[in-house]
Every structure is written in C-alpha cells, then in structure tokens.
Design a protein around this ligand. Structure first.
Ligand code: ADP
Ligand code: MG
Length: 634
C-alpha cells in the first residue's frame, strides 16, 4: 500500500482560482465534459510515453500496453481514472495542476462578464482541461509518478478546488496517473456503469488508446444461482479505440467527426465543416482538417496555439505543428499523420525539411478548397467570415501563389447593399459591373460609416456604379496586395485620377474639360491661398453634394494605413493631399466671388472640411473653428 508523506499546502495561482470559480458556476449545464477532458489528458499522457519510449523503451517499465481505466464506487460516490502514460514529477504536478501556463490568460479572464451563458461560451474557447474535475467533484486526489523514475518519487496532490492544494511524497509502484473524483452530492449520477460507458462512447470513441472498465462475471451453478467466491473481474474495452483518421471516410459518422473535433480543438461547439483525406504516392499522409465555428481566445495572440496535431505513422509527435499551414489559416484545427517524416523530428528539423514544405502547400490547397465548398452554404460561410474573415485577409499578402483563390473567398461590404455585413464576393461584384466599366472600385476608411458616406462616392452613386466599402484595420494592407481579380484591376476611388472608363461618354468628358478651363483662375487663387497645405488644386466631377474632397496620388500610402503606422509610433513623412473642388457647389461659387480677406478663410475651411470628412485630423483644429466662426458671423 502506498502512503503519502511530507505533506505541504500551496496556493493556486490567482488565475486558477478565478477560472475554478467561474467554471463551477457557468458550466453546470454542460458538466459531463469533465470526463472528456480527463480521458483526453490520459490519452495525451499515453501518446507522450509512446513517443518518449521510441528512444528508450525501458520507460515502459515492462508495461507497454497503454490504456486508460475507469472505475467507480457508487457507495463511496467516487469515479477513478487511471492511465499508464508518462506521469508527472513533483515539479510537473505543481506547474500543471496549480497554474495556467497559456499566454493571454489574464486578458481572457478580464473579458468575463459574470453572465452565465456568455461566460460558458468563452470558457469553451479557452479550454477547461483538468480543472473541470471540480465541476462535479468537491475533492480531487491525483496520484502519479513519472515513467522511468524511482517508485519513491511518486506524488500525491489533493484539493477541494478552493484556493489551495496539498502535495505530498508518495511511494508508487506503477508509473502514470490516477485521478480520484469524490463526487458532489448532486453529481453522484456519474458513479454509474451505464452513464460512464455512454459518456466514454460519446466522447472517446476516436481515441486510439483503449478506455477500459471492469466487468465482473460470476459463475453460476446448474440452477442459475451465483456461486459464492467465483467472481472474476475482466477489463472490457468500451471505446472503438482506433484513431479516427485511420478509418475509411465512409465508416465515420458526422457525430464522430464532431466529437473528434472537440477532442483536438478543446472547443465546445461543433465545427462548421471538415475535410478528411488520405494521400498516397510521392507524399504519403492522412489529414483531417476542421473549420471551427468560433474563434479561440488567442486568435490574435502572437504566440497563440495554431497548427495541426502531428503524428508520424500513428505515433503522436507534437501539438500545434505550425509548419504545416500558413499563418493566415491559423484557425484551422486538425490532425496530420504522415509516413514522410522520421519519428524523431523536432520543430527545428521541421523548419528545414523539404517534405514539410510540400505537405504545407498541399494542406493549404485543401483548406482553401474546403472553404470554397463551405461558401456554397451562405449562412455557414457568413458565420465563418464574421469569425475569421479578417484573418483570411492576411492571405493575399502572405501567399502570393494562392492569391486568386483567396480573393475568391473574400467578402466585402458594398454600396450594393450599404450594409455593414461583409457578404459580397468579388465575383458578385463583377457580375453586376456596368456596361463600359473596366475596374473594380473600392474605398478604404476608418469606419464603415466614414466609408459609406465618403464624398468620393457621390459620382459613383449618381452613375449607379458599385463601390466596395472597406473599413477593417487590415483592409488597406490587403488591397495593397490585391491589385487584380478576374482580369480587372482594383482601384481606390480616393487615389489618383478619377477614371470611370467607358461609363462616361465623350460629351461628358468634353464638358468637364471646358469647366476646368473656365475655372483656371479660381484654381490658381486657391492654390496660392493654401500654398503649404496642398500639393495641387483641381476642379473635379467626383462630387455632387459636397463642395470639396481630398485625394492622394496613385502610389501614396492611404490615410488609414498612415494613421495605423503613426499610432504604432512609426513617424510618417508628410504627404500633402490634392484638393478637388466641385464647380457646381454654392460654396465654391461663393468662394469665387469672395474678396481677398474672406477668400483665404473660405479656402482653408474647404480644405479642412474635406480632411475631416475623410476621418483625418487637423493640425490646428482651433484655427479651423475660428475661421468657420468668422464666416458664420460675417
Ligand atoms: P491541457 O491538456 O490543455 O494542457 P489540462 O488542464 O487538461 O490542459 O492539463 C494540464 C496539464 O497537466 C497537461 O498539459 C499535462 O501536462 C498535465 N496532465 C494532466 N493530466 C495528466 C495525466 N493524466 N498524465 C500526465 N500529465 C497530465
Ligand atoms: Mg487537457
């Protein structure tokens, strides 16, 4: 019998306390997941031992039949899970069962609202893990020993999930981990054969390690009476116990795929879609890739988890093998199992292996195809886009080779609907292009309303030409890499010369040239009045309602990008805009007739207003207000 000695009491890290509190309260209606989490950990521990034993099979300590065992005692109200996996040292136990190592945890906890449903969703994205034991147990005991260490190096960990835990030395013959849950009064239902078996099948069929439960058989005499003392207990495997991705597609049900997704992703909710493929030939691998329906909490964390779980010939090698998918597909979860790598690959080797590059390019194509297929289902694709669209927008910049493919997957807001929902594809746009229109037009602004109401759109609205409305932070960067779609160039309506192609006829163009000649004097005067604020002044026909707008030269970095760079502390060289005037506007007519004193004030007001309408900041806002008040009170 093992005994624990030298007991010591330690406090949980603050984040753990917060998480425990929250979990117990918000996951009540979902509490059976504790079993999934614990089996998942046990299976991981077996995977890790198998991997470590590749180099040193004495680590098995003579017991290489990896397994998870589950027992219960309904009288005592306990459930016990046991594995003969890698086990934990004392330091491991303190680090793994006393702290949370995930980056971004503090930020995550700050988002929590105290509102049950919302928080339950958030925790789902975060992943609950071992601590979920405390949803059903008021006391948890963990006994463990790291494979390959002395029997004397066992550890016993015990906690009621309330702020502290005790840790003690333990003599333990077997390596691996045993977890005893003392069920809460209202959770005693889990100490039941039938219930446990159902849960194991529901959550763990796809795990390769067998999950076993004891079955007691009693011999009977001729009359059918149990023979006393004849009970024999055998361990019966409850789950399917083959790795799901190894099975033929046709034999795996939707529910099994969904359950497997939850195992690899730590997500609570179903995936949107998946793609399961076996490849034979030059490259030999099986991949099973999922598109989640929800963003993980660390999607935008620099060192957040990403990538697939890597197996080599069915042996688990590592989590989050990020070398197999580009960064802009970091939301994809799943498994890659290959024969093309050696069992002792490391992250460093992966970075150099030419096979890895090939598999990456194949998985990238698969993922993009999977999204293309998903796009046939408008509602599902919209969910995807709202969740991960801004990540996919990194694609054209990162992956020039797949630019056209990615472009087909993008969705935008547009003047076609004037709605902030990004649900229009470039193909939709092209289909609606006007006769004579050669370009795809877009505008980038700081916010959706700024884009939608920009003066630059006036002529386009008048002519019925659609313009894409871009307002995400990444949009200007995206468009700098996306210059063409379906043979049509993409054009920023706030940059360079306005070119409506053949939508305007010769007569219109002639009339415009004539107006421009008429107003040459005015343009010259404005230019002089604003000498150091603009690089050029022009007469425009972009505008119908506004008196003026500012335009940037064709190859100049846009206003949105400049503001982002400046906010990031990057000094930007000054760029002077081109001021364009609407010759039809009453304010411009007033300007033309103004005396010298008012002229300069009015010209400055027009320029400043045009900058404000663009979402820009004035260098000297007080001067603007003063001038405006001067004109208003004149
Ligand atoms: P995660 O599994 O996402 O890492 P968990 O909270 O489930 O988070 O587990 C925390 C850590 O505790 C694991 O990463 C692992 O190192 C350790 N652990 C948990 N259960 C076991 C086990 N049965 N055997 C060995 N180590 C375990
Ligand atoms: Mg876990």
């Amino acid at each position: 019998m093992s005994t624990a000695t030298k007991e010591e009491t330690l406090g949980f890290q603050t984040e753990v306390k917060q998480l425990l509190n929250l979990m117990i309260h918000s996951l009540y209606s979902n509490r059976e997941i504790f079993l999934r989490e614990l089996i998942s950990n046990a299976a991981d521990a077996c995977d890790k031992l198998r991997y470590a034993a590749l180099d040193n099979d004495t680590l098995y300590e003579g017991d290489s039949e990896l397994r998870v065992e589950i027992e219960h005692d309904s009288e005592a109200g306990t459930v016990t899970l046991r594995d003969n996996g890698i086990g934990m040292s004392r330091d491991d136990v303190i680090a793994n069962l006393g702290t949370i190592a995930k980056s971004g945890t503090a930020e995550f906890l700050q988002q929590l609202s105290g509102e049950q449903q919302k928080d339950a969703n958030l925790i789902g994205q975060f992943g609950v893990g071992f601590y979920s034991s405390f949803i059903v147990a008021d006391e948890v005991t963990v006994r463990t020993r790291k494979a390959g260490t002395d029997a004397a190096e066992g550890v016993e960990w015990r906690s009621a999930g309330e702020g502290e835990f005790t840790i003690a030395e333990l003599e333990r013959e077997a390596h691996g981990t045993e977890i005893v849950l003392h069920l809460k009064d209202d959770a005693k239902e889990y100490a039941d054969d039938f219930r446990l078996q159902n849960l194991v099948r529901k959550y763990s069929d796809h795990i390769e390690v067998p999950v076993k439960m004891p079955k007691t058989e009693t011999a009977r005499d001729d009359e059918g009476n149990a023979i006393e003392g004849s009970e024999v207990t055998t361990w019966e495997t409850i789950n399917e116990a083959t790795a799901l991705w190894v099975r033929p597609k046709s034999e795996v049900t939707e529910d099994e795929y969904k359950a497997f997704y939850k195992h690899v992703s730590h997500d609570f909710s179903d995936p949107l879609t998946w793609s399961h493929n076996k490849v034979e030939g030059k490259l030999e691998y099986t991949s099973l890739l999922f598109v989640p329906g929800r963003a993980p909490f660390d999607l935008y964390e620099r060192d957040g988890a990403r990538g697939v779980k890597l197996y080599v010939q069915r042996v688990f090698i590592m989590d989050d093998a990020e070398q197999f998918l580009p960064l802009y597909l970091r939301f994809i979860k799943g498994v890659l199992d290959t024969r093309d790598l050696s069992l002792n690959v490391s992250r460093e080797i992966l970075q150099q292996d030419p096979q890895v590059e090939k598999i990456k390019s194949a998985l990238t194509k698969r993922s993009l195809d999977m999204l293309k297929k998903l796009a046939k289902d408008n509602e599902a694709y919209q969910t995807f886009w709202n969740t991960f669209g801004s990540v996919l927008k990194e694609g054209p910049g990162e992956d020039a080779g797949n630019r056209e493919k990615i472009a087909g997957l993008l969705r935008f807001s547009s003047t076609h609907t004037d709605s902030a929902t990004q649900d229009q594809s470039l193909a939709d746009y092209v289909e609606r292009m006007k006769e004579g229109q050669q370009k795809i037009y877009y505008i980038v602004a700081d916010g959706f309303n700024a884009a939608k109401n920009s003066p630059h759109l006036e002529i386009f609205r008048k002519k019925g030409i659609e313009v894409l409305l871009l307002a995400d932070r990444i949009d200007e960067w995206l468009m700098s890499h996306l210059t063409e779609f379906d043979g049509k160039s993409l054009t920023d309506v706030a940059k360079g010369e306005l070119d409506l192609g053949d939508v305007e006829d010769e007569d219109e163009k002639k009339a415009q040239a004539e107006t421009a000649r008429d107003k040459e004097d005015l343009v010259k005067r404005v230019r002089e009045a604003l000498s150091d604020g603009v690089q050029e002044v022009k007469i425009t026909h972009r505008l119908t309602d506004s008196p003026a707008c500012v335009v940037l030269p064709e190859n100049e970095m846009g206003f949105q990008m400049r503001r982002i760079m400046e906010a990031a502390g990057q000094p930007m060289p000054e760029v002077k805009p081109i001021l364009e005037l609407n010759p039809e506007h009453a304010l411009v007519a007033r300007l033309e007739n103004a005396d010298d004193a008012t002229f300069s004030d009015l010209a400055h007001i027009l320029l400043d207003q045009a900058i404000i309408a663009e979402g820009g900041h004035l260098d000297d806002p007080a001067a603007y207000v003063k001038r405006l008040n001067g004109v208003l009170t004149a």
